[in-house]
Design a protein around this ligand. Structure first.
Ligand code: 5GP
Length: 249
């Protein structure tokens, strides 16, 4: 049982999450904040309850991945909004998987809007605000010392597996997984482990029937019901039973 006194120093504050030390050297607590940003941080807001929604969705999806043999940072959702996680040394890559052509892909390349991408596209961006997260290729990534070829191959193969598992799971919930961004790190043994979050902030989810947006694109597009959309998608992905289980742990 984790107590409030287990929250130690703030290790890292990101755009929408904070990471705290715990008594254990190899464990951290990730807290999900209500801040929301878009467009390289130019558009900002604070949506009450967003952090809680994202923590519930991420925990559920990490659990689904773990039960399918994918190593993640997730240990437990100790309370809504706060996830006990393995401490990772993060690799500064944004690993993006795309099943449907939309978003920035259409601005950069002559794909048709909503064109099915089969096989899916995997794209790596350099997580670096100063350089505005530029797209990488393997040679640049290796030359920058961000990862080795073996590590890149492993990251791509895990990402394809994650895409298969989550696409299937979300389809059963009437959600189309259009694209998503992952971040990986290394644990104390040097294993590549999935970190960060998988939430409406980092994925495109579309209603499978209407193709309506169920994610952060609603904020990017300036809709006035963004929080309703986050709550809707949260209730589609996370069962009442999950919440009861987390609350009773
Ligand atoms: P796009 O490149 O089309 O803007 O984004 C592709 C997918 O990756 C979307 O699901 C988007 O949410 C996610 N993504 C790409 N870059 C970032 C980023 O810097 N932050 C977050 N939260 N998601 C990103």
């Amino acid at each position: 049982m984790i107590k409030m006194s287990d929250w130690k120093n703030l290790l890292y504050a990101g755009k929408a999450k904070d990471v705290y030390e715990t008594d254990k050297e190899d464990e951290v607590i990730v807290t999900f904040r209500d801040d929301i940003t878009a467009g390289d941080g130019e558009k900002k807001d604070n949506l009450q309850g967003k952090g809680n929604c994202n923590s519930l969705i991420s925990s559920k999806l990490f659990e689904i991945l773990e039960s399918n043999g994918v190593k993640t940072q997730y240990i437990d959702l100790i309370k809504t909004g706060s996830m006990l996680s393995k401490k990772l040394e993060m690799i500064p890559l944004e690993v993006i998987a795309r099943n449907i052509a939309t978003g920035s892909l259409l601005k950069r390349f002559p794909f048709k809007e909503n064109q099915k991408l089969d096989p899916p596209i995997i794209q790596m961006d350099y997580k670096n605000d100063e350089y505005h997260d530029p797209m990488l290729n393997d040679e640049i990534t290796i030359s920058l010392g961000l990862a080795t070829q073996e590590e890149l191959d492993e990251i791509k193969s895990i990402t394809l597996k994650i895409n298969e598992i989550l696409s299937k799971f979300l389809k059963e919930k009437d959600i189309l997984l259009v694209d998503f961004k992952l971040e990986f790190g290394k644990d104390s043994k040097g294993n590549i482990v999935l970190g960060d979050e998988i939430s409406p902030d980092t994925c495109r989810y579309w209603d499978i029937h209407t193709l309506e947006t169920l994610d952060k694109d609603s904020f990017r597009q300036g809709k006035d019901n963004v929080m309703d959309i986050y709550e809707q998608v949260c209730s589609m992905i996370v069962d009442e039973e999950d919440i009861k289980r987390w609350n009773s742990d």
